[in-house]
Design a protein around this ligand. Structure first.
Ligand code: AMP
Ligand code: ZN
Length: 494
C-alpha cells in the first residue's frame, strides 16, 4: 500500500509518489540561528525526520535538504549588539542546532547556508526583474510584484482579490491579512552587514533564500516542502509566487506542515514562563529519548500539548520498550517456535506500516508495538516464547526503532554533555537562573545517575548481578533509591 499524506496545497490526503523514479527530493525550512532551538522547533523538525525515515524504510532514495537562515534583521541586530560579525554570531547557534538535533536522533539532512549562496540569490532577483516580475525601489531594495502572479494565495487559501499593485511590505514586518509586494532583497544600510552583488549591495530576504536553495539542490520541481504551520503564509506562499512565476513550472508537489505545539495547554512564550529550549528540558533532568518519544506520540497534524506529566509518561514508555528488548535478548528460551508469536511479530510490522501509511499516524504505530509488548510479556510468564520467536520479535522492534529511534540507551552520555556545556563559562545568559543555580550547587546530576542506571541495566542483561549490586550500592550512597521492577529500573532521590 502506498503512503498517503495530507497535502496543504490540495487540502486533501493524497497518495504519495515521487515525481522521478524511486527518488524523493524533499526540502525543509530550517532554523534561523539566532538562539537555541525550542521544543516547538523540534516538534516540527522531528516530524519531518520521521517522514524522512519512513520514506527510506519504504524503499525510496531520499535527497533531504534543509536551509540554515544565517542572516536576517534579528541576527544583524544581535551581532551588532554583541560586537561580533554575523558569521561569528550565527556559528555558535548553528553548532548548537546540529548538536541538539543529534541529541534527539534527528538524521542529518544536507544543510545549506543562506550566506553561502548570495550570488545565486542576486542572480535570481535579476532574472525576475528581466521578466518584469520584480522591481527595484528607490532605496535599492527589490520587491516581487504579486499582481503578476494571479494564483497568489493558492496555498493559504487566502483571497487576495483586491491586491494593491505596488503596495509594499518588508519581509520581516508582514501584515498577515493583506497582500503586498514583498521584499526579495534589502538594500544595504549604513553599519549593517551586506554583500556586494551585481544588483547592488544588500542582503537577501528570507523567502528568496528558500526558493533559490531548494531549486538549486533539488531542481525546479521537487517532491515535498516542509515546515511548521506558521510558514504557510506568507513564507511558503511567497516562495511559490517567485519560483513558479519565474520557471513556469509547479514548485513543490507536496506541502507538509506540522501543527504548532502548545505547552501545558498554552501557546509557548517567554513572557508566560512556559518557554523551553531542548537544553532546558535536559537540564531539568529529562532524557532526550523521552522528549523525542513525546514529540512523536501525537500525529503531526494534531495539536501536541506538551506537559511534564506527558514527558514522565513518555519516559516510562521508552523504559518498557528497552526493557522488553533486553529481556528478549538476554533470556533463555526453550527450542522451537510458536505460531502465535511468529504471527504476532509479522502482524505488528503490518500494523505499524498501515498506521504510518495513513498520513503518519504515529500514535497508532506506537499502539501496535505496545500491543506486541503486552502480549509477549504475558507469554513470557507462561513460557509461551521459544528460541525461534526471538528474532522476529526483535526484528519488529528494530523496524519500529528505524522510525522512532528511542531504543538505544545513550541518554546518560548525551545528558552529561549538556550539563558540561551548562557549567561552562558565561552560561548565565543562556539558561534560567534557577537551572544555573542548580547546576552550580554541584549535586549529583541526573545525567550521572542515568549513566549508572544504564550500566546497571547492561550488567543485569549480561546476568552480572554482582556488578549491578555494586552500582546500586554506589547510588544508594549518593542518596539515590533504585527500584527494580519488571518494566525496568526506576530511581528517585531520598
Ligand atoms: P524558526 O527558527 O523560527 O525559523 O523556526 C524553525 C521551524 O520551527 C519552523 O518550521 C517553524 O514553523 C517551527 N516552529 C516554530 N515554533 C513552533 C511551534 N510552537 N510548534 C511547532 N513548530 C514550530
Ligand atoms: Zn523556508
Amino acid at each position: 500500500m502506498a503512503l498517503r499524506l495530507y497535502n496543504t496545497m490540495s487540502s486533501r490526503i493524497e497518495e504519495f509518489h515521487p515525481l522521478r523514479d524511486n527518488e524523493v527530493r524533499m526540502y525543509a525550512c530550517g532554523p534561523t540561528v539566532y538562539d537555541y532551538g525550542h521544543i516547538g522547533n523540534f516538534r516540527t523538525f522531528v516530524a519531518v525526520d520521521l517522514l524522512y525515515r519512513y520514506f527510506r524504510q519504504s524503499g525510496y532514495g531520499v535527497r533531504y535538504v534543509m536551509n540554515i537562515t544565517d542572516v536576517d534583521d534579528k541576527i544583524i541586530r544581535n551581532a551588532a549588539r554583541d560586537g561580533v560579525s554575523v558569521q561569528q554570531y550565527t556559528a555558535r547557534y548553528e553548532k548548537a542546532f546540529v548538536e541538539d538535533a543529534a541529541m534527539i536522533n534527528i538524521e542529518p539532512p544536507k544543510l545549506v547556508r543562506a550566506t553561502e549562496n548570495i550570488p545565486q540569490m542576486a542572480e535570481f532577483v535579476s532574472r525576475l526583474v528581466e521578466k518584469r516580475l520584480a522591481y527595484r525601489a528607490d532605496d535599492g531594495s527589490y520587491y516581487f510584484r504579486i499582481a503578476k502572479f494571479p494564483e497568489y494565495g493558492k496555498l493559504s487559501k487566502k483571497d487576495f482579490k483586491g491586491m494593491l499593485d505596488g503596495a509594499r511590505v518588508d519581509v520581516d514586518e508582514y501584515d498577515k491579512d493583506s497582500a503586498r509586494d514583498f521584499a526579495l532583497w534589502k538594500a544595504a544600510k549604513p553599519d549593517e552587514a551586506s554583500w556586494d552583488t551585481p544588483i547592488g549591495a544588500g542582503r537577501p530576504g528570507w523567502h528568496l533564500e528558500c526558493s533559490v536553495m531548494s531549486m538549486q539542490e533539488l531542481g525546479e520541481s521537487f517532491d515535498l516542502h516542509a515546515g511548521g504551520e506558521d510558514l504557510v503564509f506568507p513564507h511558503h506562499e511567497n516562495e511559490i509566487a517567485q519560483s513558479e512565476s519565474l520557471t513556469g513550472k509547479p514548485f513543490a508537489h507536496f506541502w507538509f506542515h506540522a501543527r504548532f505545539l502548545l505547552v501545558e495547554g498554552e501557546k509557548m512564550s517567554k513572557s508566560s514562563g512556559n518557554f523551553f529550549t531542548l537544553r532546558d528540558l535536559v537540564l531539568k533532568g529529562h532524557k532526550p529519548s523521552s522528549i523525542r518519544y513525546l514529540l512523536t506520540s501525537v500525529p503531526y497534524r494534531n495539536q501536541l500539548n506538551f506537559t511534564f506529566d506527558g514527558l514522565k509518561q513518555a519516559a516510562v514508555s521508552v523504559e518498557r520498550l528497552r526493557n522488553f528488548r533486553l529481556r528478549l535478548s538476554a533470556g533463555n528460551f526453550p527450542a522451537g517456535a510458536t505460531p502465535e508469536m511468529q504471527s504476532l511479530a509479522s502482524e505488528t510490522v503490518d500494523r505499524m506500516r498501515a498506521a504510518l501509511d495513513d498520513d503518519l499516524n504515529t500514535a497508532q504505530a506506537q499502539g501496535a508495538i505496545f500491543e506486541m509488548v503486552r502480549q509477549s510479556n504475558a507469554a513470557f510468564d507462561t513460557d509461551g516464547i521459544k528460541q525461534d520467536d526471538v528474532a522476529p520479535l526483535l526484528a519488529a522492534l528494530a523496524k519500529f526503532d528505524e522510525i522512532f529511534a528511542v531504543l538505544d540507551d545513550d541518554d546518560g552520555p548525551k545528558m552529561k554533555r549538556v550539563f558540561e556545556w551548562a557549567s561552562g563559562e558565561g552560561r548565565e545568559k543562556d539558561i534560567s537562573n534557577e537551572l544555573h543555580e542548580a547546576i552550580q550547587s554541584g549535586a549529583q546530576s541526573d545525567a550521572d545517575i542515568e549513566e549508572k542506571i544504564a550500566q546497571m541495566k547492561a550488567a543485569r542483561a549480561a546476568r552480572d548481578f554482582k556488578a549491578s549490586d555494586v552500582l546500586r550500592a554506589e547510588l544508594a550512597e549518593a542518596g539515590i533509591i533504585v527500584e527494580i521492577t519488571k518494566d525496568g529500573i526506576r530511581w528517585r532521590r531520598k
